[in-house]
Design a protein around this ligand. Structure first.
Ligand SMILES: Nc1nc2c(c(=O)[nH]1)N[C@H]1C(S)=C(S)[C@@H](COP(=O)(O)O)O[C@H]1N2
Ligand SMILES: [Mo]
Length: 171
């Protein structure tokens, strides 16, 4: 019965996300926006020969977390909310990719190795202070390393991987 298979797959996905979110002793702050402004925007997902679009609104149905960080010198410390990169990649089927390439809409690209999403609660941020990231805030999606919570991330290597205006993920 195809419906049953779908249910088993869906249940397994939910279980996987749940386990991913709570398996390690990380400082994770969950985020539940009360009157959530709708989010728009898509990411292009490329793998092998396949290209697909994923709505940020669909990614926001996954558990949301918040991270407080100052990413660049000219940006003050602020709160970002979004989805854990590892949850995004589990959703996309890329959890076991060795690395992903994240590209911004300015053609800037960085490779992010698996170690990063397995070790730290790296965020695909879609909001700041509850509101969707504007282009001016380098949105609508950006990679945020929790540099405030993890001293070892305060390094140029991770700043280079903090791609803003994310448009495409490829592996
Ligand atoms: N989309 C996009 N993301 C990007 C960049 C960029 O040019 N475009 N620059 C990267 C680099 S080299 C750094 S050091 C960090 C922070 O850059 P900043 O300190 O100049 O703001 O963002 C990274 N993310
Ligand atoms: Mo840089």
């Amino acid at each position: 019965m195809p419906f049953r298979l779908i249910h088993v797959v869906a249940f397994s996905c939910v279980l996987l996300f749940y386990m991913n979110s709570f398996s390690s002793a990380e400082q994770l702050h969950s985020f539940t926006p009360s009157d959530r402004l709708p989010i728009s925007g898509h990411l292009t997902i490329k793998t092998g020969n396949s290209v697909r679009e994923v709505a940020l609104a669909d990614l926001e149905t996954l558990p949301m977390h918040e991270v407080t960080a100052s990413i660049t010198v000219e940006e003050p410390i602020k709160t970002f909310e979004g989805i854990l990169l590892r949850d995004v990649l589990a959703y996309l089927g890329a959890l076991d990719a060795e690395e992903i390439t994240v590209r911004g809409n300015d053609a800037y690209a960085a490779s992010i190795p698996q170690k990063d999403w397995k070790t730290w609660p790296v965020l695909l941020a879609t909001r700041s202070e509850g509101k969707p990231l504007t282009l001016r805030q380098r949105g609508p999606a950006r990679v945020i390393y929790p540099m405030q919570d993890f001293e070892e991330l305060n390094h140029r290597r991770y700043r280079n991987r903090s791609v803003w205006m994310v448009q495409e993920i490829q592996w």
